[in-house]
Design a protein around this ligand. Structure first.
Ligand code: NAD
Length: 447
């Protein structure tokens, strides 16, 4: 099979490299010249574990190549994937589909033969219909089937997720589309990964429903964490206690600073807009979006409280450990660290930070924050240390050294990676999420 992947970002590059590894002949296309130049030199434009080796092996094997030219890249392709960004449109939260539609037009104008055009980008219900219309409007004489194939990979574990997915969803309306997609995913079919064939609109909605559900689960446990702090319960035990119930499941029940990243914030907003357009309100998702937004700033205020309140916080110094929205990626899109840092700098706090992979991307997004080369350099002279992202590098800090370097032994652990008892024993004032209540002493509002 010959596959063209239009858009070589987190999704396009990983998907393209994995398809090549399955034995397909893949061309990754991107309009960003510097990205393609770097890929030609073997330099990855993103940080994703295992990606550099995968790309290198498949380039050497002659199965993977890169170009900025869409007509050249799609020539002779059986399947043309669209994997460009669909960010939130400024002002109204709708998914901005201009990149997808621009690709659809260029594909229609450049087709040299029959092809299946696959939307892998996350797109609202009905986008496939519009892609089909745009391609038809170019007057192409070739047979085109427009298929939806949403991607569920997680950054940081993207290659494993792509190669061993929980399921593959394919929304196709004709046999041409279904047959080509079956061939594209045949290696996974042989691995017995479940493949769900469905209508195109259903497939488009599955992606939004999945992300909105996961965002809801995270937001739910975050609110339970707040309640735990008030009633003196431990949210980690609550998570375990409910997660062991097979009907609930233990994943996405880790309390923290609120979800961020390139998908959940924009996809929940886009789902709300679709619901509004079709006059079919999704009130739960609406509450999730609002609750999560306020939570990120609230985490900044939690740090200010740990510094002794707004007045005392002014002029103090804080070390932020972790900036990316989760570990093992350099993706900073909608990271909670941005809101936490902003709340702190707004309150006159000086912020120093360290992140193993995200600092280059983060720098222009948070100009007031001073980036340091290692966690201990950020901690030196700080009045509080805040763990924002649970990188492995922060799981076993040398606490003796931390105490020596910091001005005050105060830690705000927004990812609950340390044990409160251990930290207190080591002389820290330790604040975490949903575990700060006085266990066994119910404090009611009437007390
Ligand atoms: P990204 O911003 O990392 O990559 C998009 C790429 O498309 C960029 O390199 C850009 O230069 C390129 N591009 C834009 N217009 C182009 C054009 N006309 N021709 C060629 N290239 C073009 O985005 P991403 O994170 O890979 O996300 C892509 C899509 O996949 C989005 O819809 C996203 O919601 C979805 N998705 C992302 C993830 C994730 O974890 N990042 C997971 C599942 C789904």
């Amino acid at each position: 099979m010959k596959i063209a992947m239009v858009g070589s970002g987190y999704v396009g590059l990983v998907s393209g490299a994995c398809f090549a590894d399955f034995g397909h002949d893949v061309v990754c296309i991107d309009k960003d010249q510097s990205k393609i130049d770097r890929l030609h030199e073997g330099i990855m434009p993103i940080y994703e574990p295992g990606l550099a080796e995968l790309v290198d092996n498949n380039v050497k094997a002659g199965r993977l190549s890169f170009t900025t030219s869409l007509p050249e890249g799609i020539a002779g392709a059986d399947a043309i994937f669209i994997a460009v960004g669909t960010p939130s449109r400024r002002g109204d939260g709708h998914a901005d589909l201009s990149f997808v539609y621009a690709v659809a037009k260029e594909v229609g104008e450049s087709l040299l033969g029959d092809a299946v055009v696959v939307t892998k980008s996350t797109v609202p219900v009905g986008t496939g219909d519009e892609v089909e219309r745009i391609i038809a409007e170019t007057g192409t004489k070739h047979r085109v089937s427009v298929v939806s194939n949403p991607e569920f990979l997680r950054e940081g574990a993207a290659i494993g997720d792509f190669k061993r997915p929980d399921r593959i969803v394919i929304g196709a309306g004709d046999d041409f589309g279904r047959d080509v997609m079956s061939e594209v995913y045949r290696p996974l079919f042989l691995n017995e990964s479940p493949i769900l064939f469905t209508e195109r609109r259903t497939s488009e909605l599955i992606k939004y429903a999945a992300n909105a559900f996961l965002a809801t689960k995270i937001t739910f446990i975050n609110e339970i964490a707040d309640l735990c702090e008030k009633v003196g319960a431990d949210v980690q035990d609550v998570s375990r206690g409910i997660g062991l119930d097979n009907r609930i499941g233990s994943k996405f029940l880790h309390a923290g600073p609120g979800y961020g990243g390139s998908c959940f914030p924009k996809d929940t907003l886009a789902l709300l807009k679709t619901a509004e357009d079709y006059d079919s309100p999704t009130r739960i998702v609406d509450a999730v979006v609002k609750t999560n937004e306020t939570r990120k700033r609230a985490m900044g205020r939690k740090v200010i409280d740990a510094l002794g309140g707004a007045e005392k916080a002014r002029g103090k110094q804080v070390a932020l450990l972790g900036l990316t929205f989760k570990p093992n990626t350099d993706d900073m899109r909608d990271s909670p660290a941005i809101a936490v840092a902003q709340t702190l700098t707004d309150a006159g706090v000086e912020v120093l930070a360290y992140d193993p992979e995200g600092m280059e991307v983060a720098k222009p997004m948070m100009p007031e924050v001073v980036m340091k080369d290692d966690p201990y350099a950020a901690i030196e002279g700080s009045d509080a240390i805040v763990i924002v992202t649970e990188w492995d590098a922060f799981r076993a800090l040398d606490m003796k050294r931390v105490k020596e370097l910091a001005k005050a032994p105060v830690m705000v652990d927004l990812r609950n990676i340390y044990r409160p008892d251990d930290m207190r024993e080591q002389g820290f004032t330790y604040v975490s999420v949903g575990r700060n209540g006085v266990a066994g002493h119910l404090r009611r509002s009437t007390d």
